[in-house]
Design a protein around this ligand. Sequence first.
Ligand code: NAP
Length: 253
Amino acid sequence: MSGVLVAGATCRVRVLLLGGTAEARDLASRLVDAGVEVTSSLAGRVARPRLPVGAVRIGGFGGVAGLRQALAEYDVVVDATHPFAQGISANVLAACETEGVPLLRLERPGWDPDPSWRYVTGHEEAAALTAQLGRRPLLTVGRQHVDAFVPHLGDHRVLARVVDPPDLELPRAWRVVLSRGPYTVEGDLALMRDHRCDALVTKDSGGTYTRSKLEAAGALGVPVVVVARPAPDPRALVVHAVGPALDWVLSCG
Ligand code: NAP
């Protein structure tokens, strides 16, 4: 894959970049710097999204059919959405296949597993296991998945850390802390000590923004429950870092 632009040359490819991640913002910035026409797409889920440089569109496409229509405006697509954003990744794969539009999946690697972490295959399983492990878990699975923990942890003293408030009524014993990474080990140690956390629940999001909680849990001897990633679609062309994604786009021009 060649990623070298000849000085003065312009890469004419029009890129749809499905984002909502730090990697997508990084790629958008590097594409703009390289003179590539890129439109970042955000779902519109959070109240105050971090905006990438370059053109931005916000909101769903309306499933595969809507994506297929939208693809008429673009030459290539990079799906740099979060590793757990399964719906949009499946939709864009189907739409690009049907329309014959080249698609690259940019997915950050998961965290290097620690032997003490307990991996589970879904949020239900995470909830059931956490109920056995502690009374005061720190829940960091994102607003959309909080509901899966209510049946198992309704009478636990859960501290749920989310970017925006969950849109369901939470048990009275629960507390919500609204914040957004990147976090620090010092900050996460203080949070977990203050709440006297005795378990941590996370998805295998990977990356550096939210990794500090794992170090804090390790330092405090708090058990960690990790929701494993969904299996990747074998049809997807995948890279795990921004550099190769940039190279791929430039090679398409
Ligand atoms: P999802 O379940 O895979 O997608 C649900 C629907 O939201 C999609 O069918 C699509 O609506 C719309 N959508 C999702 N991502 C979009 C995007 N980048 N641009 C336009 N529409 C999008 O997604 P999710 O897990 O809710 O994640 C939503 C966004 O938040 C993603 O962009 C993701 O990168 C970011 N994010 C997710 C997580 C997470 O843990 N899931 C964490 C951090 C950031 P239509 O069907 O109408 O097209």
